[in-house]
Design a protein around this ligand. Structure first.
Ligand SMILES: Nc1ncnc2c1ncn2[C@@H]1O[C@H](COP(=O)(O)OP(=O)(O)O)[C@@H](O)[C@H]1O
Ligand SMILES: [Mg+2]
Length: 161
């Protein structure tokens, strides 16, 4: 197993993944793919875990509340940038939407195990920088930045799994 690459060796990398609104059968595939890419790059586990989580929540929200969208992944020396952009119903009150437990999920969404109202809250918690903007009736745009730590700790244990 290769040791994790340091920040400077992380390749400049950009990829765009389309996400279909309403397609619950495929919900989670894009974030799974993004997680694999980041693992392959050898990024430290904590960065991969947080990036995968914010991608997953963004993807589920596009599937749940938008007609269509995309997730853009960019890995630069020093940080991972994830943007989730959709065309859909938008969010009327962003402050409310970010609150823990606040949800407009339908019965159908809840039956599938989503709709606990923690997605945006967790995205904000696990991102180092988080921007959200939305226009009702048009769509929503999220930008999440996760910093890649500059050096491994002395134990270097992150790359062992
Ligand atoms: N991409 C989106 N487009 C429209 N509304 C959204 C979007 N993402 C989130 N929301 C709104 O914000 C609320 C909170 O989102 P979230 O924290 O992910 O919780 P949940 O999805 O479990 O309801 C949602 O119930 C929905 O009303
Ligand atoms: Mg959600």
């Amino acid at each position: 197993m290769n040791p994790p690459v340091s920040v400077c060796e992380a390749p400049p990398y950009r990829e765009i993944f389309p996400v279909d609104g309403g397609n619950f059968d495929d919900a989670g595939l894009v974030s799974g793919e993004i997680k694999s890419r980041l693992k392959e790059m050898g990024l430290v586990k904590d960065v991969v875990r947080r990036a995968a989580l914010v991608c997953y929540e963004s993807e589920i929200n596009i599937v749940s509340y938008a007609r269509q969208g995309k997730i853009c992944l960019e890995v630069l020396p020093g940080h991972v940038i994830i943007e989730a952009v959709d065309e859909g119903q938008g969010i009327a009150d962003i402050r409310l939407a970010i609150q823990e437990g606040w949800s407009t999920a339908t019965e159908r969404i809840r039956e599938m195990g989503f709709g606990a109202g923690m997605g945006l809250h967790n995205i904000r918690t696990y991102s180092d920088i988080f921007h959200i903007s939305s226009e009702e009736g048009l769509g929503t745009r999220l930008k999440m930045i996760i910093h890649i730590p500059r050096e491994e700790g002395p134990s270097g244990g992150e790359g062992s799994a």
